[in-house]
Ligand binder design. Structure first.
Ligand code: NAG
Ligand code: NAG
Ligand code: NAG
Ligand code: NAG
Ligand code: NAG
Ligand code: NAG
Length: 335
Protein backbone atom coordinates (compact mmCIF):
# COMPACT_ATOMS: atom_id res chain seq x y z
CA UNK A 1 0.00 0.00 0.00
CA UNK A 2 1.59 3.29 -0.93
CA UNK A 3 1.67 6.43 1.12
CA UNK A 4 -0.95 8.17 -0.95
CA UNK A 5 -3.54 5.50 -0.28
CA UNK A 6 -2.70 5.48 3.42
CA UNK A 7 -3.09 9.23 3.57
CA UNK A 8 -6.41 9.02 1.81
CA UNK A 9 -7.63 6.47 4.31
CA UNK A 10 -6.58 8.65 7.21
CA UNK A 11 -8.28 11.68 5.69
CA UNK A 12 -11.44 9.69 5.20
CA UNK A 13 -11.60 8.34 8.73
CA UNK A 14 -14.51 10.52 9.82
CA UNK A 15 -16.44 9.64 6.69
CA UNK A 16 -15.63 5.96 7.11
CA UNK A 17 -17.45 5.97 10.38
CA UNK A 18 -20.62 7.17 8.74
CA UNK A 19 -20.26 5.43 5.40
CA UNK A 20 -18.93 2.00 4.76
CA UNK A 21 -15.98 2.89 2.55
CA UNK A 22 -13.76 -0.08 1.97
CA UNK A 23 -10.11 -0.15 0.97
CA UNK A 24 -11.33 -1.66 -2.29
CA UNK A 25 -13.39 1.45 -3.04
CA UNK A 26 -10.49 3.73 -2.16
CA UNK A 27 -8.25 1.79 -4.47
CA UNK A 28 -10.87 2.12 -7.19
CA UNK A 29 -10.99 5.87 -6.58
CA UNK A 30 -7.22 6.31 -6.64
CA UNK A 31 -6.90 4.31 -9.82
CA UNK A 32 -9.73 6.24 -11.45
CA UNK A 33 -8.47 9.68 -10.41
CA UNK A 34 -4.93 9.07 -11.64
CA UNK A 35 -6.29 7.64 -14.91
CA UNK A 36 -8.39 10.75 -15.40
CA UNK A 37 -5.70 13.04 -14.01
CA UNK A 38 -7.96 14.71 -11.54
CA UNK A 39 -6.69 17.90 -9.93
CA UNK A 40 -8.87 19.52 -7.29
CA UNK A 41 -8.88 22.98 -5.81
CA UNK A 42 -8.38 21.82 -2.24
CA UNK A 43 -8.89 18.95 0.20
CA UNK A 44 -12.54 19.83 0.73
CA UNK A 45 -13.28 19.52 -2.93
CA UNK A 46 -11.36 16.29 -3.09
CA UNK A 47 -13.37 14.81 -0.22
CA UNK A 48 -16.60 15.91 -1.86
CA UNK A 49 -15.54 14.39 -5.19
CA UNK A 50 -14.63 11.16 -3.48
CA UNK A 51 -18.07 10.97 -1.88
CA UNK A 52 -19.79 11.52 -5.22
CA UNK A 53 -17.51 8.94 -6.79
CA UNK A 54 -18.27 6.35 -4.09
CA UNK A 55 -22.01 6.85 -4.48
CA UNK A 56 -21.70 6.40 -8.20
CA UNK A 57 -19.54 3.33 -7.75
CA UNK A 58 -22.24 1.72 -5.58
CA UNK A 59 -24.92 2.66 -8.08
CA UNK A 60 -22.90 1.09 -10.88
CA UNK A 61 -22.33 -2.16 -8.97
CA UNK A 62 -26.03 -2.37 -8.13
CA UNK A 63 -27.15 -1.66 -11.70
CA UNK A 64 -24.75 -4.13 -13.28
CA UNK A 65 -25.65 -6.95 -10.91
CA UNK A 66 -29.35 -6.78 -11.90
CA UNK A 67 -29.81 -9.26 -14.77
CA UNK A 68 -33.01 -7.49 -15.83
CA UNK A 69 -31.08 -4.46 -17.08
CA UNK A 70 -30.53 -4.44 -20.83
CA UNK A 71 -27.45 -2.20 -20.61
CA UNK A 72 -24.42 -1.87 -18.38
CA UNK A 73 -22.87 1.27 -16.90
CA UNK A 74 -19.34 2.00 -15.74
CA UNK A 75 -16.88 4.55 -14.42
CA UNK A 76 -15.75 7.18 -16.90
CA UNK A 77 -14.65 10.80 -17.09
CA UNK A 78 -17.97 11.98 -15.55
CA UNK A 79 -17.93 9.73 -12.46
CA UNK A 80 -17.18 12.44 -9.88
CA UNK A 81 -19.85 14.86 -11.15
CA UNK A 82 -23.31 15.21 -9.68
CA UNK A 83 -26.25 14.91 -12.01
CA UNK A 84 -26.83 18.67 -11.85
CA UNK A 85 -23.22 19.46 -12.66
CA UNK A 86 -23.27 17.07 -15.57
CA UNK A 87 -26.38 18.75 -16.96
CA UNK A 88 -24.86 22.18 -16.39
CA UNK A 89 -21.45 21.56 -17.94
CA UNK A 90 -21.99 18.95 -20.64
CA UNK A 91 -25.63 19.17 -21.74
CA UNK A 92 -27.48 22.13 -23.26
CA UNK A 93 -29.11 24.70 -20.99
CA UNK A 94 -32.82 24.00 -20.64
CA UNK A 95 -34.11 27.56 -21.10
CA UNK A 96 -32.08 27.90 -24.29
CA UNK A 97 -33.46 24.61 -25.65
CA UNK A 98 -37.03 25.65 -24.81
CA UNK A 99 -36.43 28.89 -26.67
CA UNK A 100 -34.99 27.07 -29.69
CA UNK A 101 -37.81 24.50 -29.75
CA UNK A 102 -40.37 27.28 -30.25
CA UNK A 103 -38.54 28.29 -33.40
CA UNK A 104 -38.41 24.73 -34.70
CA UNK A 105 -42.12 24.03 -34.77
CA UNK A 106 -42.56 27.08 -37.00
CA UNK A 107 -39.68 26.12 -39.28
CA UNK A 108 -41.01 22.56 -39.51
CA UNK A 109 -44.21 23.69 -41.17
CA UNK A 110 -42.19 25.62 -43.77
CA UNK A 111 -40.45 22.42 -44.75
CA UNK A 112 -43.46 20.19 -45.10
CA UNK A 113 -43.38 20.31 -48.88
CA UNK A 114 -39.78 19.10 -49.06
CA UNK A 115 -40.59 16.43 -46.54
CA UNK A 116 -43.33 14.90 -48.66
CA UNK A 117 -41.09 14.87 -51.73
CA UNK A 118 -38.35 13.08 -49.86
CA UNK A 119 -40.62 10.49 -48.26
CA UNK A 120 -42.34 9.62 -51.52
CA UNK A 121 -39.07 9.09 -53.30
CA UNK A 122 -37.67 6.57 -50.85
CA UNK A 123 -40.40 4.98 -48.78
CA UNK A 124 -40.57 1.89 -50.97
CA UNK A 125 -37.78 -0.28 -49.62
CA UNK A 126 -36.81 -0.06 -45.96
CA UNK A 127 -33.71 -2.10 -45.16
CA UNK A 128 -34.15 -4.53 -42.23
CA UNK A 129 -31.14 -2.83 -40.68
CA UNK A 130 -28.68 -0.13 -41.67
CA UNK A 131 -25.34 1.05 -40.30
CA UNK A 132 -23.58 3.90 -42.09
CA UNK A 133 -20.33 3.11 -40.25
CA UNK A 134 -19.94 -0.06 -42.31
CA UNK A 135 -20.17 2.04 -45.49
CA UNK A 136 -17.30 4.28 -44.40
CA UNK A 137 -19.65 7.27 -44.17
CA UNK A 138 -18.97 8.27 -40.55
CA UNK A 139 -15.86 10.07 -39.23
CA UNK A 140 -14.13 9.09 -36.00
CA UNK A 141 -15.81 9.78 -32.65
CA UNK A 142 -14.90 13.21 -31.26
CA UNK A 143 -14.79 14.71 -27.76
CA UNK A 144 -16.68 17.93 -27.06
CA UNK A 145 -14.89 18.46 -23.73
CA UNK A 146 -16.46 20.40 -20.86
CA UNK A 147 -18.61 22.47 -23.22
CA UNK A 148 -22.27 22.10 -24.27
CA UNK A 149 -21.32 22.16 -27.97
CA UNK A 150 -23.00 18.85 -28.88
CA UNK A 151 -25.12 20.71 -31.44
CA UNK A 152 -22.04 21.58 -33.51
CA UNK A 153 -20.87 17.94 -33.47
CA UNK A 154 -24.30 16.70 -34.47
CA UNK A 155 -24.41 19.17 -37.38
CA UNK A 156 -20.80 18.62 -38.48
CA UNK A 157 -21.35 14.84 -38.37
CA UNK A 158 -24.48 15.21 -40.48
CA UNK A 159 -22.64 17.27 -43.10
CA UNK A 160 -19.59 14.97 -43.06
CA UNK A 161 -21.74 11.95 -43.82
CA UNK A 162 -23.77 13.72 -46.49
CA UNK A 163 -20.56 14.97 -48.09
CA UNK A 164 -19.28 11.39 -48.16
CA UNK A 165 -22.49 10.02 -49.67
CA UNK A 166 -22.65 12.77 -52.30
CA UNK A 167 -18.97 13.43 -53.06
CA UNK A 168 -17.33 10.17 -51.91
CA UNK A 169 -14.93 12.07 -49.66
CA UNK A 170 -14.78 11.55 -45.89
CA UNK A 171 -13.50 14.77 -44.35
CA UNK A 172 -13.60 16.02 -40.75
CA UNK A 173 -15.44 19.34 -40.64
CA UNK A 174 -14.81 22.09 -38.10
CA UNK A 175 -17.06 22.09 -35.03
CA UNK A 176 -15.08 25.02 -33.66
CA UNK A 177 -16.07 27.16 -36.63
CA UNK A 178 -19.73 26.46 -35.80
CA UNK A 179 -19.21 27.15 -32.07
CA UNK A 180 -17.47 30.46 -32.88
CA UNK A 181 -19.52 31.68 -35.84
CA UNK A 182 -23.12 30.43 -35.46
CA UNK A 183 -23.73 33.16 -32.91
CA UNK A 184 -25.95 36.20 -32.27
CA UNK A 185 -23.48 38.52 -34.06
CA UNK A 186 -24.18 36.54 -37.25
CA UNK A 187 -27.94 36.46 -36.64
CA UNK A 188 -28.29 33.08 -34.88
CA UNK A 189 -29.56 32.28 -31.39
CA UNK A 190 -27.07 29.47 -30.73
CA UNK A 191 -24.75 30.18 -27.81
CA UNK A 192 -21.47 28.30 -27.99
CA UNK A 193 -20.85 26.11 -24.96
CA UNK A 194 -24.33 26.79 -23.52
CA UNK A 195 -26.07 25.06 -26.40
CA UNK A 196 -27.34 25.66 -29.88
CA UNK A 197 -29.29 24.26 -32.75
CA UNK A 198 -28.01 22.05 -35.62
CA UNK A 199 -30.41 23.64 -38.16
CA UNK A 200 -28.71 27.00 -37.60
CA UNK A 201 -25.38 25.34 -38.43
CA UNK A 202 -26.81 24.15 -41.74
CA UNK A 203 -28.19 27.57 -42.53
CA UNK A 204 -24.84 29.15 -41.69
CA UNK A 205 -22.83 26.57 -43.66
CA UNK A 206 -25.10 26.96 -46.69
CA UNK A 207 -24.07 30.63 -46.86
CA UNK A 208 -20.46 30.67 -45.67
CA UNK A 209 -19.30 27.06 -46.12
CA UNK A 210 -17.88 24.82 -43.41
CA UNK A 211 -14.11 24.38 -43.36
CA UNK A 212 -12.12 21.36 -42.17
CA UNK A 213 -11.11 20.36 -38.65
CA UNK A 214 -7.51 20.54 -39.79
CA UNK A 215 -7.84 24.20 -40.75
CA UNK A 216 -9.96 25.26 -37.77
CA UNK A 217 -9.30 22.81 -34.96
CA UNK A 218 -11.37 22.18 -31.86
CA UNK A 219 -10.53 23.87 -28.57
CA UNK A 220 -13.84 23.57 -26.69
CA UNK A 221 -14.33 27.19 -25.66
CA UNK A 222 -16.14 29.86 -27.66
CA UNK A 223 -13.85 32.36 -29.36
CA UNK A 224 -14.16 35.02 -32.02
CA UNK A 225 -15.34 33.79 -35.40
CA UNK A 226 -12.20 33.31 -37.45
CA UNK A 227 -13.40 32.91 -41.04
CA UNK A 228 -14.04 35.53 -43.70
CA UNK A 229 -15.81 35.50 -47.04
CA UNK A 230 -18.40 33.04 -48.26
CA UNK A 231 -16.30 30.30 -49.78
CA UNK A 232 -14.91 28.32 -46.89
CA UNK A 233 -15.77 24.76 -47.84
CA UNK A 234 -18.75 22.39 -47.99
CA UNK A 235 -22.17 23.98 -48.40
CA UNK A 236 -25.42 22.07 -47.85
CA UNK A 237 -28.13 23.22 -50.28
CA UNK A 238 -31.26 21.76 -48.70
CA UNK A 239 -32.33 20.03 -45.49
CA UNK A 240 -35.57 18.79 -43.96
CA UNK A 241 -37.15 17.91 -40.64
CA UNK A 242 -38.15 14.28 -40.19
CA UNK A 243 -41.68 13.47 -38.95
CA UNK A 244 -41.78 11.99 -35.46
CA UNK A 245 -42.57 8.33 -36.13
CA UNK A 246 -40.19 5.35 -36.04
CA UNK A 247 -41.07 4.61 -39.63
CA UNK A 248 -40.10 8.12 -40.76
CA UNK A 249 -36.79 8.02 -38.89
CA UNK A 250 -36.00 4.59 -40.31
CA UNK A 251 -36.81 5.68 -43.81
CA UNK A 252 -34.68 8.80 -43.39
CA UNK A 253 -31.81 6.62 -42.16
CA UNK A 254 -32.01 4.61 -45.36
CA UNK A 255 -30.99 7.81 -47.12
CA UNK A 256 -28.26 9.11 -44.75
CA UNK A 257 -27.43 9.64 -41.05
CA UNK A 258 -29.79 12.02 -39.19
CA UNK A 259 -29.13 14.75 -36.62
CA UNK A 260 -31.33 14.00 -33.59
CA UNK A 261 -32.15 15.74 -30.30
CA UNK A 262 -32.43 13.55 -27.20
CA UNK A 263 -32.72 13.64 -23.42
CA UNK A 264 -29.24 12.58 -22.26
CA UNK A 265 -29.77 13.33 -18.54
CA UNK A 266 -29.05 9.67 -17.67
CA UNK A 267 -26.48 8.85 -20.33
CA UNK A 268 -23.34 9.82 -18.41
CA UNK A 269 -22.19 6.37 -17.32
CA UNK A 270 -23.52 4.19 -20.17
CA UNK A 271 -21.09 1.47 -21.16
CA UNK A 272 -22.81 -1.04 -23.46
CA UNK A 273 -26.06 -2.74 -24.41
CA UNK A 274 -29.52 -1.45 -25.30
CA UNK A 275 -30.12 1.77 -23.37
CA UNK A 276 -33.65 2.37 -22.06
CA UNK A 277 -32.81 4.36 -18.91
CA UNK A 278 -34.61 7.62 -19.72
CA UNK A 279 -37.52 8.92 -17.68
CA UNK A 280 -40.04 8.67 -20.54
CA UNK A 281 -42.68 10.73 -18.77
CA UNK A 282 -40.34 13.73 -18.32
CA UNK A 283 -38.38 14.02 -21.55
CA UNK A 284 -36.17 17.13 -21.70
CA UNK A 285 -34.32 17.49 -24.98
CA UNK A 286 -30.86 18.59 -23.85
CA UNK A 287 -28.39 16.89 -26.18
CA UNK A 288 -27.80 16.60 -29.93
CA UNK A 289 -26.20 13.54 -31.51
CA UNK A 290 -26.06 11.72 -34.85
CA UNK A 291 -28.22 8.65 -35.59
CA UNK A 292 -26.20 6.46 -37.97
CA UNK A 293 -28.54 3.50 -38.32
CA UNK A 294 -30.79 0.91 -36.67
CA UNK A 295 -30.49 -2.83 -36.14
CA UNK A 296 -32.90 -5.67 -36.95
CA UNK A 297 -34.61 -5.27 -33.56
CA UNK A 298 -35.26 -1.58 -34.25
CA UNK A 299 -32.62 -0.27 -31.81
CA UNK A 300 -31.20 3.08 -32.90
CA UNK A 301 -27.41 3.36 -33.40
CA UNK A 302 -26.16 6.67 -32.02
CA UNK A 303 -22.83 8.43 -32.53
CA UNK A 304 -22.05 10.59 -29.48
CA UNK A 305 -19.33 13.23 -28.99
CA UNK A 306 -18.03 12.19 -25.56
CA UNK A 307 -14.90 10.41 -26.89
CA UNK A 308 -14.39 6.79 -27.91
CA UNK A 309 -13.96 5.89 -24.21
CA UNK A 310 -17.67 6.47 -23.62
CA UNK A 311 -20.22 3.74 -24.39
CA UNK A 312 -19.58 1.25 -27.18
CA UNK A 313 -16.43 2.90 -28.59
CA UNK A 314 -18.21 6.24 -28.51
CA UNK A 315 -21.56 4.85 -29.74
CA UNK A 316 -24.81 3.85 -28.04
CA UNK A 317 -27.65 1.54 -28.94
CA UNK A 318 -30.96 3.07 -27.93
CA UNK A 319 -34.16 1.00 -27.50
CA UNK A 320 -36.78 1.27 -30.31
CA UNK A 321 -39.52 3.87 -30.76
CA UNK A 322 -39.31 7.21 -28.97
CA UNK A 323 -36.70 6.25 -26.34
CA UNK A 324 -35.19 9.39 -24.77
CA UNK A 325 -37.34 11.48 -27.15
CA UNK A 326 -35.28 10.48 -30.18
CA UNK A 327 -38.21 11.01 -32.58
CA UNK A 328 -38.92 14.56 -31.41
CA UNK A 329 -36.73 16.84 -33.49
CA UNK A 330 -34.70 15.42 -36.34
CA UNK A 331 -32.94 16.84 -39.32
CA UNK A 332 -31.37 15.58 -42.53
CA UNK A 333 -29.44 17.15 -45.40
CA UNK A 334 -31.01 16.26 -48.75
CA UNK A 335 -28.96 18.22 -51.28
C1 NAG B 1 -36.45 -9.15 -12.84
O1 NAG B 1 -37.73 -9.11 -13.44
C2 NAG B 1 -38.62 -10.10 -12.92
C3 NAG B 1 -39.90 -10.06 -13.75
O2 NAG B 1 -40.29 -8.74 -14.06
C4 NAG B 1 -38.87 -9.80 -11.44
O3 NAG B 1 -39.75 -10.76 -10.91
C5 NAG B 1 -37.54 -9.83 -10.70
O4 NAG B 1 -37.72 -9.43 -9.35
C6 NAG B 1 -36.53 -8.89 -11.36
N1 NAG B 1 -35.23 -9.08 -10.76
C7 NAG B 1 -34.55 -8.10 -10.17
C8 NAG B 1 -33.20 -8.46 -9.65
O5 NAG B 1 -34.99 -6.96 -10.07
C1 NAG C 1 -22.96 10.53 -9.08
O1 NAG C 1 -23.56 10.52 -7.82
C2 NAG C 1 -24.26 11.72 -7.53
C3 NAG C 1 -24.62 11.71 -6.08
O2 NAG C 1 -25.41 10.57 -5.77
C4 NAG C 1 -25.48 11.77 -8.44
O3 NAG C 1 -26.19 12.97 -8.23
C5 NAG C 1 -25.05 11.71 -9.89
O4 NAG C 1 -26.16 11.39 -10.68
C6 NAG C 1 -23.95 10.72 -10.19
N1 NAG C 1 -23.29 11.29 -11.34
C7 NAG C 1 -22.85 10.59 -12.34
C8 NAG C 1 -22.24 11.39 -13.44
O5 NAG C 1 -22.92 9.38 -12.40
C1 NAG D 1 -10.61 13.01 -38.29
O1 NAG D 1 -9.90 13.49 -37.18
C2 NAG D 1 -9.41 12.49 -36.31
C3 NAG D 1 -8.74 13.18 -35.14
O2 NAG D 1 -9.72 13.86 -34.39
C4 NAG D 1 -8.46 11.58 -37.04
O3 NAG D 1 -8.03 10.54 -36.18
C5 NAG D 1 -9.15 10.98 -38.24
O4 NAG D 1 -8.27 10.20 -39.00
C6 NAG D 1 -9.75 12.08 -39.11
N1 NAG D 1 -10.56 11.47 -40.14
C7 NAG D 1 -10.50 11.80 -41.40
C8 NAG D 1 -11.42 11.11 -42.32
O5 NAG D 1 -9.71 12.65 -41.79
C1 NAG E 1 -7.35 33.09 -36.87
O1 NAG E 1 -6.62 32.36 -37.82
C2 NAG E 1 -5.31 32.86 -38.06
C3 NAG E 1 -4.69 32.09 -39.19
O2 NAG E 1 -5.38 30.91 -39.50
C4 NAG E 1 -4.51 32.73 -36.78
O3 NAG E 1 -3.21 33.23 -36.98
C5 NAG E 1 -5.22 33.49 -35.68
O4 NAG E 1 -4.54 33.29 -34.46
C6 NAG E 1 -6.64 33.06 -35.53
N1 NAG E 1 -7.33 33.93 -34.60
C7 NAG E 1 -8.14 33.48 -33.66
C8 NAG E 1 -8.85 34.52 -32.88
O5 NAG E 1 -8.32 32.30 -33.46
C1 NAG F 1 -45.52 13.93 -32.93
O1 NAG F 1 -45.96 15.16 -33.43
C2 NAG F 1 -47.32 15.42 -33.24
C3 NAG F 1 -47.65 16.76 -33.86
O2 NAG F 1 -47.08 16.85 -35.13
C4 NAG F 1 -47.65 15.42 -31.77
O3 NAG F 1 -49.03 15.59 -31.59
C5 NAG F 1 -47.21 14.12 -31.11
O4 NAG F 1 -47.37 14.21 -29.71
C6 NAG F 1 -45.76 13.84 -31.44
N1 NAG F 1 -45.43 12.51 -30.96
C7 NAG F 1 -44.28 12.26 -30.33
C8 NAG F 1 -44.05 10.81 -29.97
O5 NAG F 1 -43.44 13.12 -30.09
C1 NAG G 1 -42.00 -0.18 -30.30
O1 NAG G 1 -41.65 -0.67 -31.56
C2 NAG G 1 -41.90 -2.05 -31.77
C3 NAG G 1 -41.41 -2.39 -33.15
O2 NAG G 1 -40.18 -1.82 -33.43
C4 NAG G 1 -43.38 -2.31 -31.59
O3 NAG G 1 -43.63 -3.69 -31.74
C5 NAG G 1 -43.83 -1.85 -30.21
O4 NAG G 1 -45.22 -1.99 -30.09
C6 NAG G 1 -43.45 -0.41 -29.96
N1 NAG G 1 -43.72 -0.08 -28.59
C7 NAG G 1 -44.28 1.07 -28.24
C8 NAG G 1 -44.46 1.28 -26.77
O5 NAG G 1 -44.63 1.90 -29.03
Amino acid sequence: MNIFILLSIIMLMPLCLAQDISVEKLLAYNQWSSQHQRVYLNENEKLFRQMVFFENLSKIQEHNSDPNNTYSIHLNQFSDMTKEEFAEKILMKQDLVDHLMKGISQEATHNDVNKEIQLNSKSLTLAASIDWRTKGAVTSVKYQGICGSCWSFSAAGLMESFNFIQNKALVNFSEQQLVDCVNPANGYSSQGCNGGWPAQCLDYASKVGITTLEKYYYIGVQQNCNVTGTNNGFKPKQWIYIRNTSNDLQSALNFSPVSVLVDASNWHNYRSGIFNGCDQSHIKLNHAVLAVGYDQQGNWIIKNSWSAHWGENGYMRLAPNNTCGILSSNLQVTA
